[in-house]
Design a protein around this ligand. Structure first.
Ligand SMILES: C[S@@+](CC[C@H](N)C(=O)[O-])C[C@H]1O[C@@H](n2cnc3c(N)ncnc32)[C@H](O)[C@@H]1O
Length: 222
């Protein structure tokens, strides 16, 4: 199977560990937590699921999913980011299985998840298609993939991530909903559904109304 991050995995983990201390400061999932919780509840449904959060970071999706009653495994290559997620889970009394590993090395079992979440992770990957293939492999038939991302910067805008990783990352400026729909379709996922319309505000309003999306799609049952 092609790797998600053959060249950047360690540098990416170091990059996010260095950013971890300021990540939650103005983060959308902190400022608009109730909105994210309401929308994730709708997108994941009421049944209690085995959820794998790939690139969990400080726990934006993982903690909310656990709070919604799902059984959550949170994977991240950055110990710095996971340390914040672990502390927040403990503070909230939430049980989450944290795994410090890159997606390629996490040893996730085939057909072990009802839902896989990838929030704001596809843009950080060298090979986003490989991440979707991995999600496909670990999902049970009929399982749900949830992807959310946005257009983080206009082409040409310089940011540290671009300087460090830009040449390796096909979506380093971000993804549109159309980009994501094409990736999901090419990976074999069916029935894409948009959920971003349920937000009552743009959750990235602190960054100048970033265009974003939240989609689910299904791994066919048979
Ligand atoms: C922009 S942050 C998003 C974190 C979280 N999902 C959120 O919505 O706030 C991207 C995260 O993906 C993680 N990541 C990037 N590439 C990864 C890989 N190949 N394996 C595991 N984690 C990875 C980074 O360490 C970082 O924590």
């Amino acid at each position: 199977m092609p790797l998600v991050a053959p060249k950047t995995a360690q540098a990416m983990a170091d990059h996010w560990s260095a950013r971890a201390h300021r990540f939650d400061g103005a983060a959308s999932h902190i400022r608009h937590r109730a909105e994210w919780k309401r929308v994730l509840a709708a997108a994941l449904g009421e049944r209690s699921l085995d959820v794998v959060d790939l690139g969990a970071g400080t726990g934006a999706c993982a903690l909310i999913a656990a709070e919604l009653g799902h059984r959550v495994t949170a994977i991240d290559g950055s110990e710095g980011m996971l340390a914040h997620a672990r502390a927040s889970a403990a503070e909230r009394g939430l049980s989450v299985r944290f795994v410090k590993a890159t997606m390629d090395e996490a040893g996730l079992a085939e057909a072990s998840a009802d839902a896989v979440t990838l929030r704001n992770v596809l843009w950080t990957l060298e090979n986003p298609c490989a991440a979707l293939a991995l999600a496909w492999r670990i999902l049970r038939p009929g399982g749900t993939l949830l992807v959310s991302d946005g257009m983080w910067r206009k082409p040409g805008q310089e940011r540290e991530a671009v300087e460090i990783f830009g040449v390796e990352l096909p979506f380093y400026n971000g993804l549109t909903e159309a980009d994501a729909r094409a990736l999901l379709r090419d990976a074999g996922f069916l029935d894409p559904k948009p959920w971003h319309g349920l937000f009552s505000v743009n959750p990235y309003d602190a960054y100048g109304e970033i265009p974003f999306f939240l989609l689910t799609a299904t791994k066919p049952a048979g």
